[in-house]
Design a protein around this ligand. Structure first.
Ligand SMILES: CC(C)(COP(=O)(O)OP(=O)(O)OC[C@H]1O[C@@H](n2cnc3c(N)ncnc32)[C@H](O)[C@@H]1OP(=O)(O)O)[C@@H](O)C(=O)NCCC(=O)NCCS
Length: 184
């Protein structure tokens, strides 16, 4: 897997990503709205990278986390996950994370369109879904900027670190994406 934007590449994880990966997985501001919990141990990071580097194609009922790296240096700065729904290979779900020192530079809204183009054009995906904590402003602003529609507000629906949090669910159809970003 290899996709690229002006400043970034999306590629498979490689062993040398481990230190950067552990650093942002263990950063409390990055982990705040995520389900992985900290401390995030080294062994889990090693297992994660070895499973991700083997994955070559998106498959039904499977997640791939793609590494987001700086084009100039190949430094890992985050990851972009994609899951293909069980029993429906035309529906996908995405999730995304960046190391905090790289926030607010427009990186995630630069790189997600590369994956959306791949999903909608090459894989003929019909619908892409995403969800986030209602307090995760950066996440839902990103989704809305990329054309996602807020479809639901689930109240105290997701248990994270022993607390029930509320979530927004978003969706983007292929035809909506074409209307917004491709046609005309
Ligand atoms: C969500 C995240 C990936 C955003 O990445 P980013 O590269 O900083 O986002 P961008 O710079 O591309 O900004 C995208 C939009 O969100 C807005 N935004 C980003 N961070 C924001 C913040 N803290 N507060 C308000 N708006 C914010 C930007 O202004 C931009 O909208 P605009 O261009 O209309 O102004 C990053 O904050 C992150 O990794 N957070 C921790 C992990 C996480 O919670 N992931 C989501 C799980 S669902």
């Amino acid at each position: 897997m290899y996709l690229h934007s002006a400043r970034l590449i999306l590629r498979n994880f490689i062993d040398s990503d481990l230190e950067s990966f552990l650093a942002y997985r263990n950063d409390p501001v990055v982990a705040k709205y995520q389900g992985w919990g900290i401390p995030y141990p080294r062994e889990k990071g090693e297992t994660f990278i070895s499973s991700m580097k083997e994955k070559v194609a998106l498959k039904e009922n499977d997640w791939i986390q793609f590494a987001i790296a700086l084009k100039d240096t190949d430094e890992l700065i985050g990851d972009l996950g994609c899951h293909i729904k069980k029993d429906d290979i035309r529906q996908a779900r995405i999730g995304f994370t960046l190391a905090s020192k790289h926030w607010r530079k427009g990186y995630i809204s630069e790189v997600i369109p590369c994956l959306l183009e791949y999903l909608f054009v090459d894989m003929h995906i019909h619908r892409v879904a995403a969800d986030c904590d209602v307090d995760n402003i950066a996440s839902f602003r990103t989704l809305e900027k990329l054309g996602f529609r807020r479809e639901a507000h689930y109240v105290e629906s997701f248990l994270i670190n022993g607390v029930y949090t509320s979530e927004y669910h978003y969706g983007l159809l292929q035809r909506e994406w074409r209307e917004k970003f491709k046609d005309g």
